[in-house]
Write a protein that binds this ligand. Structure first.
Ligand code: HEM
Length: 339
C-alpha cells in the first residue's frame, strides 16, 4: 500500500524489523530508502532521549558547541511561520483594509479573533497536507524507479524525516482553531451583531430567522471539524514514543496512515461544507483575490487525489511488490529480493 505516515516515516520492510528494533532506535545507515525516525548519530547526539543530563552536557562540551534547540523542528516551524505571516497579511488586507479603504468601515476589531481564526485553520490543514505529501512523492519515486533500493533525493529524505513535526504542528494549530471557534459567541462584538440582526428583523416584521440550508451547513461542518480533531488527537497521542512503543507495526501503520488520511479527508470536507454555496459567490473575490477557504483546500485535494490514484489496484499492487522486495525485471517474472 502506498501509504504515508503522519508522525513517523514509512517503509513496508520496517514491518519485519518492528518488533526487534523500536523505531526510535532504528539505525538507517545501511538501508536505502528506509523510513526511519532516528537521524545519523552524529547529528542526533544532543537530541537523543538519554536520561542522564550530565551525559548531554559532557557531549556538548566535548564537541565545543552548544546543543541546538529543537533541531528537527527548524524546518516545520519555519514553514509554518512563513505561511502564517503570508495568510495573516492576506486576510487583514481582504477583511480589514478593503472595507476601511473602500467603504470607510472600521473592521479592525476582527484582527485578534476572526482574522487569527482564519490563519490557524488554513495553516493547520496545509501542514497536514505537507505531512502526507512526501509519502506520495516517495511512492511515485518508487513506482518510477521500480525499486526501493535507491536513495530518495536529499530534499525528500529531509522532508520525510520531518513528517512527525509537521503533523504535531498541524494538531497544535487545529486545537487553537477549535478554541478560537468555540469562543465566537462569547465575544461582545458578536452579541452586538446579534442584537442588531434581531432589531433589523423586527423592523422587517420577520417572525422567523431560521434558514434551513444554513442550519444544515453549520451542523455538518462543525460535526466534521470535531471528528477531524478527535482523530488528530489519536494520531498525536500515538506519536508519543512511550505509546508508539506499545503498538505493533500494523497498529502503528493503521493509526498513522489510515486514520491520518481520514483526518485529512474530514478536515477537507469540513472546509468545503463551511464554504457551501460561497464557492459560486463572486462577492467572495475581494480585490480580485480568492477567499482563504479556496486556498486552504487546494493542497489537501491534490494530496487526496494522488492518494486515490495510488490506491488504484494496479498501482497499489506494484508498490506493494516493490516495497516487499519483489521487483519486476525485464523479460522475466517478478524477482523477489529479501535482504
Ligand atoms: C472542534 C473542531 C473544530 C471546530 C469547532 C471548527 C470550527 C470552524 C469554524 C467556526 C470555522 C469558520 C471560521 C470563520 O469563518 O471564522 C471553521 C473553518 C475552517 N476550519 Fe474548522 N473547526 C474545527 C476543526 C478543524 C480542523 C481539525 C481543521 C483542519 C485541520 C479545520 C480547518 C478549517 C478550515 C480550513 C476552515 C476554513 C477557514 C477559511 O478559510 O475561512 N477545522 N472551522
Amino acid at each position: 500500500m502506498a501509504d504515508g505516515h503522519l508522525y513517523d516515516l514509512h517503509v513496508s520492510s520496517k514491518e519485519e524489523t518492528w518488533e526487534q528494533q523500536r523505531w526510535k532506535n532504528v539505525d538507517c545507515g545501511g538501508e536505502l530508502n528506509q523510513d526511519c525516525q532516528a537521524e545519523p548519530e552524529q547529528d542526533n547526539q544532543e537530541q537523543s532521549s538519554h536520561f542522564d543530563v550530565s551525559v548531554w552536557n559532557s557531549t556538548s562540551v566535548r564537541n565545543g558547541r552548544k546543543a541546538e534547540l529543537f533541531p528537527e523542528w527548524h524546518l516545520p516551524l519555519t514553514v509554518a511561520s512563513v505561511l502564517a505571516l503570508i495568510v495573516f497579511v492576506y486576510t487583514v488586507a481582504r477583511e480589514v483594509l478593503q472595507p476601511f479603504f473602500m467603504n470607510n468601515k472600521n473592521e479592525f476589531y476582527r484582527i485578534p479573533v476572526l482574522v487569527v481564526n482564519k490563519v490557524l485553520p488554513v495553516i493547520s490543514i496545509i501542514l497536514l497536507s505537507l505531512a502526507y505529501m512526501p509519502g506520495i512523492f516517495a511512492a511515485f519515486f518508487q513506482l518510477y524507479r521500480g525499486t526501493k533500493y535507491q536513495r530518495f533525493p536529499a530534499w525528500l529524505n529531509t522532508w520525510m524525516l520531518r513528517r512527525k513535526q509537521f503533523g504535531l504542528l498541524c494538531f497544535f494549530f487545529a486545537v487553537m482553531h477549535a478554541l478560537f471557534s468555540l469562543s465566537y459567541p462569547m465575544r461582545r462584538s458578536y452579541r452586538y451583531k446579534l442584537l442588531n440582526w434581531a432589531y433589523q428583523q423586527v423592523k422587517q416584521q420577520k417572525e422567523n430567522a431560521w434558514v434551513e440550508h444554513d442550519v444544515w451547513r453549520m451542523e455538518i461542518y462543525v460535526c466534521l471539524g470535531i471528528l477531524a480533531l478527535a482523530i488528530l488527537s489519536i494520531l498525536a497521542i500515538a506519536s508519543i514514543p512511550s505509546v508508539s512503543n506499545l503498538l505493533s507495526w500494523r497498529e502503528f501503520q493503521f493509526i498513522q496512515s489510515k486514520l491520518g488520511y481520514t483526518a485529512l479527508l474530514l478536515s477537507t470536507l469540513h472546509a468545503l461544507v463551511f464554504a457551501w454555496n460561497k464557492w459560486v459567490d463572486v462577492n467572495q473575490f475581494i480585490w480580485n483575490t480568492p477567499p482563504t477557504f479556496m486556498i486552504s483546500v487546494l493542497l489537501p485535494i491534490i494530496v487526496l487525489l494522488c492518494k486515490a490514484i495510488l490506491l488504484l489496484p494496479c498501482l497499489d499492487k506494484r508498490i506493494q511488490n516493490i516495497r516487499s522486495g519483489c521487483e519486476p525485471t525485464k523479460g522475466t517474472q517478478n524477482k523477489c529480493v529479501h535482504l
